[in-house]
Design a protein around this ligand. Sequence first.
Ligand code: GLN
Length: 493
Amino acid sequence: GSASDRAFFGHPRGLVGLFFTEAWERFSYYGMRALLLYYMYDQVSNGGLGIPADTARSLVAVYGSATYMAAILGGWVSDRLLGDRRATLLGGVLLMFGHGCLALPAGAGALFASMVLIAAGTGLLKPTISSSVGDLYAKNDPRRDSGFSIYYMGISVGAVAAPLVVGTLGQTYDYHLGFGLAAIGMGLGLVVYLWTQRHLSTASSRPKNPLRLREVSRSKATCLAGAITCLIGLVAVSAATGVLTVGAVVNTISVLAIALPVAYFTVMLRSPRTTSIERARVRGYIPLFIAAVFFWVIQEQGATVIAQYADQSTDLDAFGFALPASWFQSVGSFVLIILTPMFALMWLRMDRSARPPSTAHKFSFALVIAGMSYLLLVLPALQGGLSSPLWLIGSLALVTIGEMCLSPIGLSATARLAPAAFATQTMGLWLASGAAGQGIAAQLVKFYDADSAGIYFGAIGAGTVVLGLLLLACGPLIRRQTETADRAEARLT
Ligand code: GLN
């Protein structure tokens, strides 16, 4: 290709802008997340909201779930109405306001306002920016996998810095100051995006499957309007009658987080716009999706159960200074950045070998090792008292090795498998695996208790290892689906 097609470590120039935009967006998101649990359960006299810890854990989980669930909707808005670029920009602006809400000392009201804004903002930005990465490469460009690994480094650069900066500021000075810094970070991300977006593929500037007004039949429009009215009415009535408790919100989001991807897969498989080849690919993708869901159940507890374990059951003075508990949320991304070059070489070597590992193999490994990261915590938890920070660091390093085998590879596999008419929405669907994982976690974290933490880690860890082994056994089945699709495509072209 042209010089600009290889300008950034052999990758298209557009990747630089996406790398730094996403780094700043994740800086704001993970900065906020490093503080969120502590802000919720800390006493009011310390500047917190004084929410009971078990409710707080569930709320942090559904907060995260909502942000990734919105990605399917955001993907739809991009595919059919706005296109990736405009959706990314709009999302960034909403995110800035969302973090801005938390920067105001306005209590629980601001917390829920921020949740709506940050869900809408992440929903618009996250799938569209990921799909813009995919669009930098032609369908068969072998650089796509490594492109997504570089992009994932951008995610990690933001995610490693955020707890150190936003977390420290928020935990040692003032929560709202921390959240304010997150808003500023998002603002910087927007500046970077505005400055660099001209290098993106033209595919990113328009909707991929634009909605034509005459397509929208009157009955469909009436149906949609009716559904929205019902929903608003339902929320209003339940709020007025006192049914709309925090617990009810948590449970509703948990159910939706699982129902939404199920419904979405059904729509995609049955749509006349999906070709039979694409359909076989989607079927092969479903077990991978399920594996990802259970991986995120564990990984995303870094901001809930693990964050609480860091705060209350870990010896934070072990290294001779007062370690801020939020710093543990940097460990994973730190490990990821260090190991990425090694993994890049390893994949290169393995993919060239006689029996290259399939995506299903990598995902099974991710699940097994995520389970092991929890099993590792059984021992210190059973010992009771304050455990050495090294246990948590080891556990977080393990789960991150799993993340490297699943998350960047999942993004790239999604970009490749996506039916053309659903391009950005499929990215949203991939993110919805995180939503479902956190929807499930929102229920599981209710069972955590510092006194019985060993049982908690043991049960979830063992269950996840078993799931990983199950997926390994299903590998040949998945391969058959995608190979059928590849052969059918080869016949056509
Ligand atoms: N940690 C990754 C990110 O923030 C993936 C999160 C997820 O998909 N649940 O982009």
